[in-house]
Design a protein around this ligand. Structure first.
Ligand code: LLP
Length: 414
């Protein structure tokens, strides 16, 4: 579900004509629909209204302050994985008591920031981290609430790079070591262990891996409680899928219905860390056709947007639906939509049947709100795209296009 639609042969984002946005702000351009991500957040929030819960939006999926502020105003918390994300979440007005911090390699500086900010939970990924965190908390005269992030050894049946809960993945404490970690935590003066955490992967289409992970969690919660830990929250991570092509993702209600009985049995507050489910469908990337090249059977349409703007097709072989912003005419032709970057892996879509495109036409890649701009870079010394947030007919530039000066701003002349 999203609020990108066509009217009289033209693509609109809510009440804004995408062609007008491109004319005003230039391309490549990320366009976000506030109503889309607000509805996805609200649907999930409502689905879980029957249990105490907190939705900690996964900042890594899209960390734009405009989006973070909007979600903060709706009551969202944040899942952060770096000091930078923690900084931006708080800057956007997300209260620290709604922030959880995961990550396998948190630095001392990052943990200090977390402790001093008074965040809700540090999700612990190994025993050494517990000791470092305890020292920091004691030095700051605090006790930090924590959750053990365990690795339930469950296959999320998603892209190899997007699975995180199998024992060969670097994430989380192996199940068999959770009890020992809890005993160590109990002996540390700066730590209070109050939660259990897991995140098994991303773009997960089936409830089965969640149910398997929750079944493991039940055993661990019982074990930790038997060891004297007051486990009050369970964080089941993010991972809910969205539709890029012909997938059939779970709705918020279906997801709720599949897992809720297992959650209820545990008598815990539930934390969810969705990213893609909230912002994925809420964004498109708009590029302008620079050139069209005929090559035998195939036509290459070269955009001003490429892998540095949206790396998902190159990195994961991900599919993003691609459409002309203004309806074309003619017969469909086999088209590769590529970028200007000097790599053969620089494409947004291959072998698509598309109506003929011409120099100057605008093209949109859909479902680009999550891990789109967030993973963009300056590769090939390309200034990063601008981002606009649309709310009805109100359009706000929430990140200006980078300039040439931005490209050298942090460099030091010698
Ligand atoms: N919590 C933790 C601890 C995570 O590592 C992640 C994502 C999430 C929550 C949010 O997952 P989501 O609900 O968005 O699936 N760049 C990849 C996705 C990487 C996801 C990494 N972790 C992509 O473009 O598909």
């Amino acid at each position: 579900m999203d609020y990108f639609h066509r009217r009289d042969g033209e693509l609109f984002c809510e009440d804004a004509k995408v062609r007008d946005l491109a004319a005003t702000f230039g391309t490549p351009l990320y366009v976000y629909s506030r109503r889309t991500f607000a509805e996805h957040f609200a649907k999930l929030d409502l689905a879980f209204a029957d249990v105490p819960h907190l939705i900690c939006y996964s900042v890594k999926s899209n960390g734009n302050l405009g989006i973070l502020r909007a979600l903060a105003s709706m009551g969202a918390g944040a899942d952060v994985v770096s000091g930078g994300e923690l900084y931006k979440a708080m800057l956007a007005g997300i209260p620290p008591e709604k922030i959880v911090y995961s990550g396998v390699g948190k630095t001392r500086t990052e943990l200090e920031l977390a402790v001093r900010s008074g965040i809700r939970s540090v999700n612990i990924e190994n025993v050494e981290e517990l000791r470092v965190l305890s020292d920091i908390a004691v030095a700051n005269g605090r006790r930090q609430e924590c959750a053990l992030r365990v690795n339930p050894d469950v296959d999320a049946h998603t892209h190899e790079y997007l699975t995180t809960g199998r024992k060969e993945n670097k994430f989380g404490i192996p199940l068999a070591q959770a009890g020992n970690a809890a005993d160590i935590a109990a002996g540390l003066p700066g730590i209070v262990l109050t939660g259990l955490d897991m995140h098994i992967g991303s773009q997960i289409l089936s409830p089965v891996p969640y149910r398997m992970a929750l079944a493991q969690a039940a055993g661990i919660v019982a074990d930790l409680r038997a060891r004297g830990c007051d486990i009050r929250h369970l964080d089941i991570g993010g991972g809910l899928a969205v539709r890029y092509d012909h997938e059939k993702p779970m709705t918020a209600d279906e997801f709720h219905d599949e897992i809720i009985s297992l959650v209820r049995e545990l008598g815990v507050d539930l934390i969810l860390e969705p990213g893609r489910f909230i912002v994925g469908p809420a964004g498109i990337l708009v590029g302008e056709v620079q050139f069209v090249k005929e090559a035998g059977e195939k036509r290459f349409v070269v955009l001003d947007a490429g892998m540095n703007d949206l790396i998902r097709p190159s990195l994961y072989g991900a599919h993003h639906r691609i459409e002309a912003v203004v309806d074309g005419v003619g017969e469909p032709v086999l088209t590769d939509v590529v970028g200007p970057v000097c790599e053969s892996g620089d494409f947004l879509g291959k072998d698509r049947q598309m109506l003929p495109l011409h120099r100057g036409d605008l093209v949109a890649a859909f479902t680009a709100g999550a891990y789109g701009f967030a993973m963009s870079s300056n590769y090939n010394q390309r200034p990063r795209a601008a981002e606009v947030l649309v709310d009805g007919s109100t359009v706000s530039l929430v990140r200006r296009r980078e300039t040439m000066a931005d490209l050298v701003r942090a460099e030091v002349e010698v």
